[in-house]
Design a protein. Structure first.
Length: 91
């Protein structure tokens, strides 16, 4: 008597939540939609590249106010629909 062999389909590879190219496009689109100074741009990129650093550390490194950097970061990247408000404030 032979035993029946159960065959399970191989699971599909998990899909990444966001592709790097679309993530980069989102970041660039958000930053280009708002008038930012060079130190603000560099500080925001620094926040994204080094998430383990605090906003205070990054703000001091780039010579801007921590509260302002934090407002920009959250307005642009965590609540994108508030990006228009950030744009209106910077004009």
């Amino acid at each position: 008597m032979t035993a029946t062999v159960l065959r399970f389909p191989t699971p599909a590879a998990p899909m990444p939540r966001a592709l790097p190219s679309s993530s980069a496009a989102f970041v660039l689109r958000q930053m280009m939609g708002v008038k930012l100074t060079k130190p603000e741009q560099l500080a925001l990129v620094d926040c994204l590249v080094h998430p383990h650093r605090t906003h205070l550390e990054i703000a001091e490194r780039h010579g801007i106010d921590r509260a302002h950097l934090q407002d920009l970061y959250f307005d642009l990247f965590t609540v994108p629909e508030r990006a228009r408000a950030a744009q209106n404030r910077s004009k």
